[in-house]
Unconditional design. Structure first.
Length: 120
């Protein structure tokens, strides 16, 4: 299986358990690894034989921006579902990072990582 990685997709969203997260919002970052067969694109050099990266980035940014979920897990699942609707994608790994989690005395990041595959 071949893959395409799209990393550093940033979007401002209103996702979180605490009410202030849903009002104030915060930055999120998404990294994707798409599993697909790139043989045809490698031979043809034609965009229609692969994935339009821009459309994937746009999909992710819209989902993060417009979602009102409490959990990162739910957003990651929604992203995976949306990406798997692309015809050529067979599986996807989604890493969703909350860049400034509201945890006292913690300046790190929190990342959820899931892998999903197309149902056959």
């Amino acid at each position: 299986m071949d893959s395409i990685s799209i990393t550093g997709i940033r979007s401002y969203g209103y996702i979180g358990f605490f009410p202030e997260e849903k009002v104030l919002g915060q930055w999120f970052e998404v990294d994707l690894t798409l599993g697909l067969d790139l043989t045809a694109a490698g031979k043809s050099d034609a965009l229609e034989d692969t994935i339009d990266y821009g459309s994937i980035v746009n999909l992710v940014q819209k989902l993060v921006k417009n979602s009102k979920f409490s959990l990162l897990e739910k957003v990651a699942e929604a992203i995976a579902t949306g990406v798997l609707e692309q015809p050529l994608v067979e599986d996807v790994k989604v890493s969703l990072t909350k860049l400034a989690a509201p945890i006292p005395d913690f300046s790190g990041k929190v990342t959820i990582e899931i892998t999903r595959e197309k149902k056959k």
